[in-house]
Design a protein around this ligand. Structure first.
Ligand code: MD3
Ligand code: FE
Length: 206
């Protein structure tokens, strides 16, 4: 199910309300993932504690520590593999990529980010993946957020895009290496998630 399709920039499109009635299934699977691989705030290579709480599912997970950023098949908190990618996650990501014109997207990593009021994510590029020809699919759940989308080299010219519960964004092509970030989360109450926003970021990392 889907609402309107809003282009943000060449290669980047918002699929409004693409999640539709699948949101409850996604939320149930997020519960399972975080029961097995609990939320944690990671440390940047520079030694700063990130305010976003994270976990992962899939063959590999994105991790950050003093040694750097990387995709790791092992959750450093448990010493075990990450939870498998739930079918409901992979199916939604494939369907969204296809709707945006990227056939045969097979994500092997899903980073799950949790924002509480005041939490932000500063402008950055996603460049820890091997193959930049694969798109990134992002699913917003819970409180609305202002997403910042910058250019290839000029992060200060970021455009602001409001993302709501159920919106899906697909970033590929010319947008794949754009600078992006998340403005500080405004406080509020979401009927299903309370005072938080959860984002699923699907990537082909390997
Ligand atoms: C635009 N997460 O985890 S996903 C991240 O809402 C991250 O949690 C944000 O950025 C969040 O790295 C945004 C949206 C996103 C992901 C990758 C992109 C936007 C992108 C790559 C290129 C351009
Ligand atoms: Fe990112």
């Amino acid at each position: 199910m889907s609402g309107s399709t809003d282009p943000i920039a060449p290669g980047a499109v918002v699929l409004r309300q693409f999640v539709g009635a699948d949101d409850d299934a996604l939320l149930a699977q997020i519960e399972r993932v975080q029961a097995e691989a609990p939320w944690r705030c990671m440390v940047t290579p520079g030694g700063l504690l990130m305010s976003v709480a994270m976990t992962n599912c899939g063959a590999v997970g994105w991790v950050s520590d003093r040694r750097g950023y990387r995709y790791d098949p092992i959750d450093p908190a448990s010493g075990r593999g990450w939870p498998a990618m739930p079918d409901a996650f992979a199916r939604l990501a494939r369907r969204a990529a296809a709707a945006a014109g990227f056939a045969a997207f097979e994500p092997d990593a899903c980073l799950v980010n949790r924002y509480e009021p005041g939490t932000r994510l500063s402008l950055h590029q996603d460049r820890d993946e091997r193959d930049f020809s694969a798109p990134i699919v992002s699913v917003s759940l819970g409180l609305p957020v202002t997403f910042l989308f910058g250019g290839a080299t000029r992060p200060e010219r970021a455009q602001r895009v409001l993302l709501f519960h159920g919106d899906v964004v697909v970033w590929g092509g010319a947008a794949r290496l754009a600078f992006h970030g998340v403005a500080p989360l405004k406080d509020g109450q979401h009927p299903k998630l309370g005072r938080q926003r959860v984002n699923l970021t699907f990537r082909k990392a390997l």
